[in-house]
Unconditional design. Structure first.
Ligand SMILES: Cc1cc2nc3c(=O)[nH]c(=O)nc-3n(C[C@H](O)[C@H](O)[C@H](O)COP(=O)(O)OP(=O)(O)OC[C@H]3O[C@@H](n4cnc5c(N)ncnc54)[C@H](O)[C@@H]3O)c2cc1C
Length: 429
């Protein structure tokens, strides 16, 4: 285990215990399942009895899906530092399986937090979503978060951050629409092929275009049960990496949604989506720290074993320098992501302030995913030709790390969003 530098984390025994417990699970259960799932056909990954459901069920039995939900709603009420420790260890075990848990954990927590923000206006939604989620210790409920659409990927990620007049540039092509019908709502249209865990989800928390349908930001947020007539799913994607978590299309044909499930309407959407995307991006940054550390440790292990030039390659100066550069990446990514998660977590869950400058959240996503990609690439190179084979874990870690550059928002777009924030909020005084 790495040498902890943060004195607050060092002094908090609850964090070291949690870290040990989650690391044990990541090592013994997650990583082997992740490697097995990585080699399976995507259709087998979603079959009953696949290791995906076994690991997911165990994460639920450990209560990890409650980590973002406030304790007065039955959640774990974790501090940001506890959450950071858990996500890093899970990310060490598997980026894909952690992403599957991450999107699931959003559903109960978002209903709870929005309920507090609206002074209890969403009590019925909490009863329908948060409470059953808190009671599920088997993985029978599974969430996903479809935002993006076939014709609007980056557009939807960028839209909460841009002034209304600029949104016209994006156009509005074939959005998934939410329309009122009597006392209910009706959903029609198709989401992108990318929502994490959509092929196995029982519910989604979706972003849906609502009248007046002027632009991509005229969205509402609604929970949708996915066992209803009119919901269909595409085949799970056959992807480069994160093959241990299925992704695939969700299509809606006159799907009915009760009014209690519609919790944010246009006008409020950007204000709600911006901090959600900021926190999700920060979370991806933390998962990437775990992946980067896993790749670094694999490289260290190999460099101590592999003998060339008559000695273990770790004894060659240039190899030591390469390991030192990887170590710097892991340590700086951990320190930055911990500070950013602290900040964003406090804003959202303690102060319940949604309108906070999020330039660091998007920068954290970009920085940590980029470091993970570079560390995994260097770890592969340190393995020589062996690193290019399926027998080497670093080969999988490299493919998984590449996915991180495009998840949530592509890193160029995340940098743009961060840049807008810097130009607005960075004080030169
Ligand atoms: C592992 C993974 C998990 C994901 N999980 C989810 C999920 O749970 N839910 C969900 O809804 N979606 C999810 N996605 C989808 C993801 O959010 C999108 O892939 C991402 O936002 C980019 O959209 P796109 O793929 O349509 O690319 P496009 O938007 O088509 O972008 C293509 C290229 O153009 C660049 N670009 C686009 N717009 C601009 C601009 N305005 N200025 C400059 N450059 C621009 C981009 O940087 C990119 O390089 C996931 C994706 C991945 C890879």
């Amino acid at each position: 285990m790495y040498g902890e530098l943060d004195s607050e984390v060092l002094a908090d025994e609850s964090i070291s215990m949690l870290k040990r417990q989650v690391h044990d699970f990541a090592e013994k259960e997650m990583r082997p399942a992740s490697v097995a799932l990585d080699r399976m056909d995507p259709r087998e990954v979603i079959e009953d009895g696949s290791p995906y459901f076994q690991v997911f069920g165990k994460m639920k039995a450990m209560g990890l899906h409650k980590m973002y939900t406030p304790s007065d709603y039955g959640g774990l009420g974790f501090s940001a530092k506890q959450v950071h420790a858990v996500i890093e260890e899970l990310g060490w075990g598997s980026m894909g399986l952690t992403a599957g848990l991450g999107v699931d954990a959003i559903l109960p927590s978002i209903a709870a937090v929005f309920n507090d923000m609206t002074a209890g206006a969403l009590d019925e939604c909490v009863d329908l979503i948060t409470r059953p989620w808190m009671d599920d210790d088997k993985g029978e409920l599974r969430g996903c978060v479809p935002f993006t659409e076939p014709e609007h990927g980056s557009d939807i990620v960028m839209s909460p951050h841009l002034p209304a007049e600029r949104l016209d540039e994006f156009g509005l092509r074939n959005p998934v629409k939410l329309e009122k019908d009597g006392n209910e709502w009706v959903v029609n249209g198709m989401k992108a092929a990318w929502p994490t865990a959509a092929p196995v989800a029982t519910h989604c928390f979706a972003s849906l275009n609502m009248q007046p349908h002027r632009n991509v930001a005229d969205q509402a947020f609604a929970f949708i049960r996915l066992d209803q007539d009119g919901v269909s799913r595409g085949a799970p994607l056959d992807k480069l990496g994160m093959r241990d978590v299925p992704q695939g299309e969700l299509a809606f044909d006159d799907v009915r949604v009760a009014k209690e499930y519609v919790i944010v309407v246009p006008g409020m959407w950007s204000a709600a989506a911006a901090p959600m995307l900021a926190l999700m991006g920060t979370g991806t940054g933390v998962v990437s720290v775990g992946l980067a550390r896993a790749a670094f440790e694999e490289a260290m292990r190999y460099c101590k074993e592999r003998i060339q030039g008559g000695k273990p390659i770790i004894e060659h100066d240039t190899v030591l320098m390469r390991l030192a550069a990887m170590f710097q990446s892991v340590e700086t990514a951990r320190a930055y992501s911990r500070a950013v998660l602290d900040y964003a977590f406090d804003k959202m869950f303690e102060e319940r302030e949604f309108d906070f400058p999020a330039m660091n959240c998007h920068a954290c996503k970009v920085y940590c995913t980029q470091q993970a990609y570079e560390v995994a690439s260097e770890a592969m190179r340190l393995h020589g030709a062996y690193g290019l084979t399926k027998d080497a874990l670093v080969e999988k870690l490299f493919r998984d790390a590449r996915m991180g550059l495009s998840t949530e928002g592509c890193n160029d777009v995340e940098s743009l969003i961060s840049g807008h924030g810097i130009s607005e909020h960075y004080s030169l005084e």
